[in-house]
Design a protein around this ligand. Structure first.
Ligand SMILES: Cc1ncc(COP(=O)(O)O)c(C=O)c1O
Length: 480
């Protein structure tokens, strides 16, 4: 047992008093918390190497004074509602102490970069939030998902399947899921791959991170879309690579950089993030030619391509070429729910071992229970059914957004990038917009933070997937 308190057998203070003092101080200093179970007198006496009666006497005193309580049949606990007037003082001391320590901790270059490029913001409560990355979680079939998890729990558990519970077999992902993902991508995205090329990651963010780490050295050149998904930009920058911004026009990313030394190129061809442009076939072929000439690895982030509102989804770039190295990256965060934390990479054969090793080093592997449940979810056709349903729902919300803008802003709002995906890009020349939104409790997302360098003014992302048509209309009315 881990010893929670210590005593000094050679000290002049009696042992009973030492045990009493240790618990009392620990409780007052909030090292021990209300409701926390304390070890039995036998356990504590054994771990400290002292007589049980010494502990019992100290416990009796602590119980008498109200620091500890006993619950019949359950044990002894720290009292949950201690009326201690010195607690706020202690809390204040802790806060001052941590503030005083914080500046003294030196950060790495990576750490410093993250301090100035931090996008984690608490969700505003009671506001209308036009979030551009959330699916509608109320529509996910969680009852079915729970059933699948329970089924898998019964199947995977214990001695009937020990192989599934060991350490080393799953770094690249749960094999049946890798097979399902390969079939799904062939069917829906025209991706050409074997299951061996599919690696399961904790969301596509980890896929991008591992790819950056195994392919990039400091000062390597990386061509990224500008504007660009900040999560990608940050992981590439973290390696010390030099980021070269590539402009986007109505056909997608432009390969204007003529140098030969581009190590990696990051692109979202199906639905450019954040502008929403779908890359034309001509530009795709140009891009492949560009990468081939330079031996550049293309990282294709296909994060929300399932939601295309006119015609079938555009095939992935990955399937168009077999002589350019493409790392294809996808996620279940948008088509299912982000907390699932399952994404995938499809990589050339030669990268499978090194990326598997990188995943192993990062966090061993992605939890198996969810992978196994997801395999069943896909194999039984639930995923594609859910995507079809969401496409219809998001399509109606997208219409509602466009109509609301027409109604409240007319020609002043220029909407683009909504053939696919979960958000629209809206150009709104209105200097008072942010202030008005703040006052009306509407959370807006300026596109500026996605740009490397100077951003054009008045661009906003309006996510429509997680809001009902009624709330969308209300939100636009409030800022109109
Ligand atoms: C363009 C793009 N790529 C990748 C991701 C990462 O998603 P996840 O790590 O949840 O799979 C996001 C998240 O919003 C995104 O917007």
């Amino acid at each position: 047992m881990r010893t929670l308190i210590t005593v000094d057998q050679n000290a002049s203070t009696p042992l009973t008093q030492q045990v009493y003092n240790a618990w009392r101080h620990g409780i007052l200093q909030q090292r021990f918390f209300g409701g926390q179970r304390v070890p039995s007198s036998r356990e504590l006496a054994q771990s400290l190497g002292i007589a049980r009666s010494t502990v019992t006497t100290a416990y009796e005193q602590l119980i008498a004074e109200g620091y500890l309580v006993t619950k019949q049949g359950a044990g002894t606990f720290v009292c949950s509602n201690l009326p201690m007037h010195n607690l706020p003082k202690r809390r204040a001391t802790l806060a001052t102490r941590s503030r005083a320590l914080a500046p003294a901790i030196p950060l790495s270059d990576f750490g410093r970069q993250l301090q100035s490029d931090n996008h984690i913001r608490p969700q505003p409560k009671g506001w209308i939030d036009f979030s551009h990355w959330d699916p509608d979680l109320t529509q996910f079939p969680f009852a079915l998902w729970k059933q699948l998890l329970q089924q898998q729990l019964r199947r995977l558990g214990g001695s009937n399947n020990p192989l599934l519970l060991d350490y080393s077999s799953h770094a690249a992902g749960y094999w049946p899921l890798r097979c399902e993902v390969a079939k799904y991508l062939a069917r829906t995205r025209a991706v050409v791959c074997k299951p061996e090329q599919v690696l399961i990651t904790n969301g596509s963010q980890q896929g991008l991170d591992l790819t950056a780490r195994v392919l990039l050295n400091a000062n390597d050149k990386v061509l990224i879309e500008n504007p660009c998904y900040s999560g990608a930009r940050q992981v590439f920058a973290a390696t010390g690579a030099k980021l070269l911004p590539a402009a986007i026009d109505e056909q997608g990313l432009r390969c204007d950089y003529s140098g030969k030394d581009v190590r990696l190129l990051f692109v979202t061809p199906s639905h450019q993030f954040p502008l929403g442009v779908s890359m034309s076939l001509a530009r795709r072929l140009e891009l492949l030619h560009y990468a081939k000439q330079r031996n550049t690895v293309i990282v294709e982030d296909d994060y929300d391509s399932e939601f295309r509102y006119h015609g079938p989804p555009l095939p992935a770039l990955q399937g168009l070429s077999d002589d350019v190295a493409i790392v294809y990256c996808g996620t279940f965060s948008k088509v299912m729910f982000p907390a699932l934390r399952i994404g995938y990479l499809v990589v050339p054969d030669s990268l499978v071992p090194v990326l598997t090793q990188a995943k192993w080093l990062a966090d061993r592997y992605t939890p198996l229970l969810e992978q196994a449940a997801l395999t069943e979810f896909m194999a039984a056709g639930h995923l594609e059914r859910h995507v079809r349903r969401m496409r219809k729902l998001y399509g109606a919300r997208r219409e509602a957004l466009v109509t609301a803008f027409q109604q409240h802003f007319g020609a002043a709002a220029v909407i683009s990038g909504i053939d696919a995906g979960m958000h629209a890009l809206v150009q709104l020349k209105d200097n008072m917009l942010l202030a008005r939104a703040e006052q009306a409790k509407v959370k807006l997302r300026p596109a500026a933070q996605s740009y490397l360098g100077k951003a054009p003014p008045h661009q906003y992302l309006f996510g429509f997937s997680s809001l009902s048509e009624r709330v969308i209309k209300e939100g636009i009315k409030r800022i109109g």
